[in-house]
Ligand binder design. Structure first.
Ligand SMILES: [Cu+2]
Length: 268
């Protein structure tokens, strides 16, 4: 499980804001809007799946993640929060860890679309806050139900990134917004942390970013960094369609830290 200590250390490496209404699923076309705040997650519930298409905006002042877990139906938010407070959550109410989204920077607009089997899911953010607690402990957790009634397809992708056991393969990229199908073609689970810095930045300074994030992202980052959103560990054969917005004149790193794989791409 990847619920703790998830800050990518390479650079290149309130209240519970829970959308828990009982409205019928929205069967209108188009992605569901998800808004991230400091520290809240606002999203549709229930969600008419099994294709879950989310249009995510970070309205907060710091980067957030969306850890994703499938839990037993009937699990309470308190039970889920208690589970994710463990170092290695397992058993109990937890059914699966399908793989959510890695760091999404302030003001970033990010798309996350995939198939999820009908069930009960929890999004939460485990990034450290400056007071020693994490964002989830400040209320950044939301539970949602995925139903099985929608026949919509995954968004059509413009580009493909493959996560293999020996390499991350990324095509040449241009500035702007891209719809990217990310597929795990390997035999092991793989993740894709994503970060961008101005071309020419000393990449060995990545650890400074890691330390700044561990400290709760207080003040400006030690060097300019973009977090367009990435993908937590997905199982072999899984495809998630991400919408990524890339800045010109930046070097982007796509990294699978667990497996020590990286791909560096300059966006002109
Ligand atoms: Cu957060």
């Amino acid at each position: 499980m990847k619920h703790l200590a998830l800050i990518p250390v390479t650079v290149l490496a309130a209240t519970l804001a829970v959308a828990c209404g009982s409205d019928p699923p929205d069967r209108s076309a188009g992605p569901g809007k998800v808004e991230l705040g400091d520290y809240s997650i606002t999203m549709p519930n229930p969600f008419d799946g099994p294709v879950v298409d989310l249009d995510i905006t970070n309205l907060g002042s710091v980067a957030h993640e969306l850890d994703l877990a499938q839990v037993e139906p009937g699990t309470t938010l308190e039970q889920a929060a208690a589970l994710f407070g463990q170092d290695h959550p397992q058993g109990g109410v937890l059914i699966a860890d399908p793989g959510g989204a890695t760091a999404i920077g302030p003001s970033a607009h990010f798309g996350y679309a995939r198939t999820l089997s009908p069930g009960t899911y929890v999004f939460s953010c485990h990034f450290p806050a400056s007071d020693g607690m994490n964002h989830m402990q400040h209320g950044m957790i939301a539970m949602f139900t995925v139903t099985d009634g929608n026949n919509s397809d995954l968004p059509k992708a413009d580009l493909t990134i493959t996560l293999g056991d020996d390499a991350i393969t990324v095509p040449s990229l241009t500035a702007g917004t891209h719809v990217v199908a990310v597929t795990n073609i390997g035999k092991a689970p793989h993740e894709m942390n994503t970060g961008g810095v101005p071309i020419g930045t000393d990449l060995s300074r990545g650890e400074e970013i890691g330390a700044w994030m561990e400290g709760g992202q207080v003040g400006p980052p030690p060097l300019p960094i973009e977090f367009p959103g990435g993908l937590k560990s997905i199982a072999p054969g899984v495809t998630v369609v991400l919408t990524l917005t890339l800045k010109a004149e930046h070097t982007y790193m796509f990294s699978d830290d667990t497996n020590g794989l990286t791909a560096l791409i300059d966006v002109p």
